[in-house]
Design a protein. Structure first.
Length: 644
């Protein structure tokens, strides 16, 4: 008989920066679900990966002086190292630069075009490079991207569009008739009321202003826009459209796409409509979890509140980080990360509750029975509460996981841990040990504790795999299958325990927080941009030799054959001049037209790439040239005005 299958995915991560603890949360949660399904007998496919195309990657690679593929290769290696450190057991890692994915996306694009769902037009609107998203004027918030809050760029170019509007009514009907499709419920209402019912615009699905992307086979000046490229990974990773699509036939439709709420729109509107157009079944569920908040807000490099999971693992170990993410973050809602709360949870839940339970049990078996677990021979009524709870716990955990309630699953396990600790206090083994006539009763108590710990270990193995292994090693556990926790007899009498080091040594909270704060200050100091040395002093007479003027950019275009140069036509007091400026990797030509900038007007003319340059545009940049901004005039002054 074939096993039941389970297909779970995380978003594929954009390799433009180091992943933070919020990204880690999504993947660790998916890993816990995947591990539990494997434990309970499912044939699991757990997919993660990286989304590697787009204008942002191309620009970042240029600032580093490397090719885009060289840039992403290095970051992808770091992402894989992080998942290894976090004990993430993915079955497949897809990169959108993989050849099989590229071919499949090209075929998907061509199919949608051939059936009339993709058409060519031109696009003019506001574009957010970090989010790879187009926005209308009315969608902007205070003139910025409504998703990330960063500035947008005016963009106009020829593009292909996907007829989203054609499928919107069908999608609304589907969502309303499949209440389990978008979870939690609040996310479903948001998608329907805020995006679908007001009217869905057709989606721009190609770009011509950059070339780091998948070429459109029938029009190669276009590259496939990020969302068709990225979202298709969930089926291309399974071999959809290839000569061997056995995995696709086996695992699709996905059981759950686990994503952050900020990209839910793409997964519950764009992606389902793409699948409808392709005649492919929709995933069974898309679950949009909340954000991990730090200092009351979403993590952001610009705010300086990003939490590095590598630092946490290096200081506390992998399982404490996994535990906090899985136990303390309400699944579906925003959660809070705070160093003090995190450390206190390690001390209370892991060190005091679980670690102390294992340590005490092994120590008593060693002290009273020479390290050999005795057979249970003297059962009393007080044992039933512990045994019944131990037998009920796996069922409660399984029900919670089926409902995607990971914290509740851990709550049930810790209820059993708490009851076991209370059982020690109730049965007082140290008092029983003083009476030889109560030796068998003492043996029964220690057997029950050992067996309860075995059941805890099996139940917790999906969430804290290293901890489970350590428990098994100290108790010399042999039965670790899910079926074995259906009865309270999996520990073999005569098993030799081996008390090891403490699972979770207690942490000095104040000392550790001080250590982390010092490390953070050190990292901020190391990463703080260093100002270049000031040049030698000049006199006011030297400065007055420079003639700075306000000019208006009338036109702008790339210099042929020069990736870094733009050719600007500017108005200076009614006179037109041509200026060549090396700012092409920071600005699209359309970004500058109509802007008032500052020109060094009396710079001796020179030829650059055969083009005459009559002056120089003032700009400021970082030392590594990763950012550059032209000096602009906020209010319209007459062109030719002197900048003093």
């Amino acid at each position: 008989m074939n096993k039941k299958t389970y297909y779970i995915t995380t978003p594929i991560y954009y390799p433009s920066a180091k992943l933070h603890i919020g990204n880690t949360y999504t993947t660790v949660a998916s890993d816990a679900l995947a591990r539990f399904k494997r434990l309970t007998g499912y044939d699991v496919m757990f997919l993660t990966g990286t989304d590697e195309h787009g204008q942002k990657i191309q620009r970042l690679a240029e600032t580093k002086g490397v090719t885009p593929i060289e840039y992403v290769d290095e970051i992808v290696a770091g992402i894989k190292d992080l998942w290894k450190m976090m004990n993430v057991s993915y079955d497949k890692f897809i990169r959108t630069t993989d050849n099989y994915h590229i071919k499949a996306v090209q075929d998907i694009f061509k199919k949608l075009y051939d059936q009339g769902d993709i058409y060519k037009d031109s696009y003019e609107g506001w574009y957010c490079t970090p989010c790879e998203s187009f926005w209308t004027e009315t969608q902007l918030v205070n003139g910025n991207c409504p998703d990330c809050g960063r500035p947008v760029e005016k963009a106009k170019e020829e593009a292909y569009f996907f007829r989203m509007s054609k499928y919107a009514p069908k999608l609304i009907t589907y969502i309303e008739s499949h209440p389990e499709f978008i979870q939690p419920e609040s996310r479903k209402n948001e998608m329907i009321n805020n995006f679908l019912k007001p009217g869905l615009q057709d989606l721009c699905v190609s770009r011509t202003s950059f070339d780091w992307g998948i070429p459109v086979t029938f029009d190669e000046k276009h590259v496939v826009y990020v969302w068709i490229d990225a979202l298709a990974n969930y089926i291309t990773a399974l071999g959809y459209g290839s000569e061997n699509d056995d995995l696709y036939k086996k695992y699709w439709p996905a059981d759950v796409h686990l994503v952050g709420k900020d990209i839910l729109r793409f997964h519950t509107i764009y992606w389902p409509i793409m699948l409808m157009a392709l005649g492919i079944p929709l995933p069974k569920q898309v679950f949009g979890h909340g954000w991990l908040l730090v200092d009351g807000g979403k993590m952001s490099k610009s705010k300086g509140n990003v939490v590095d999971p590598v630092v946490l693992v290096n200081h506390f170990g992998t399982d404490p980080v996994r535990y906090y993410l899985l136990r303390e973050i309400p699944f579906g809602s925003d959660g809070l990360f705070n160093n003090e709360i995190f450390i206190k949870k390690i001390n209370s839940d892991l060190a005091n509750d679980l670690g102390n339970l294992l340590s005490r049990t092994c120590a008593m078996v060693e002290k009273y029975f020479d390290g050999v677990i005795p057979a249970p021979k003297a059962k009393e009524a007080i044992d039933d509460e512990l045994i019944n709870l131990a037998l009920a716990t796996p069922k409660k955990v399984e029900k919670s996981i089926d409902d995607l309630k990971i914290p509740e699953a851990l709550d049930s396990i810790w209820e059993l841990i708490g009851r076991s600790n209370k059982y020690i206090d109730e049965t007082t083994p140290w008092i029983l040990a003083k009476d030889e006539a109560k030796k068998e009763r003492l043996g029964t108590v220690l057997y029950n504790l050992s067996e309860a710990l075995r059941i805890v270990s099996v139940c917790v193995s999906s969430f804290l795999p290293e901890t489970s292994e350590n428990i098994n090693k100290q108790l010399n556990v042999e039965l670790t299958t899910w079926d074995s926790v259906a009865s309270f007899d999996g520990t073999s009498a005569g098993t030799k325990v081996s008390k090891g080091e403490l699972l979770f040594p207690r942490i000095d909270v104040e000392k550790k927080i001080e250590e982390l704060n010092m490390l953070k200050e050190q990292q901020l100091a190391e990463n703080k941009p260093k100002m270049q040395p000031l040049k030698e002093e000049i006199t006011i007479e030297d400065f007055e030799k420079i003639d700075l003027r306000v000019v208006k950019v009338l036109a702008c275009e790339p210099v042929k054959g020069a990736k870094k140069l733009l050719k600007l036509k500017v108005d200076i007091g009614g006179e037109e001049r041509q200026v060549i400026s090396g700012i092409a990797k920071y600005y699209e030509p359309s970004d500058l037209v109509g802007k008032y900038v500052v020109l060094v007007a009396n710079l001796k003319p020179a030829k650059l790439r055969g083009e005459l340059s009559q002056g120089m545009i003032l700009a400021a940049s970082t030392d590594d040239d990763s950012k550059l901004c032209t000096v602009t005039i906020p209010e319209e002054l007459p062109t030719g005005s002197i900048v003093r």
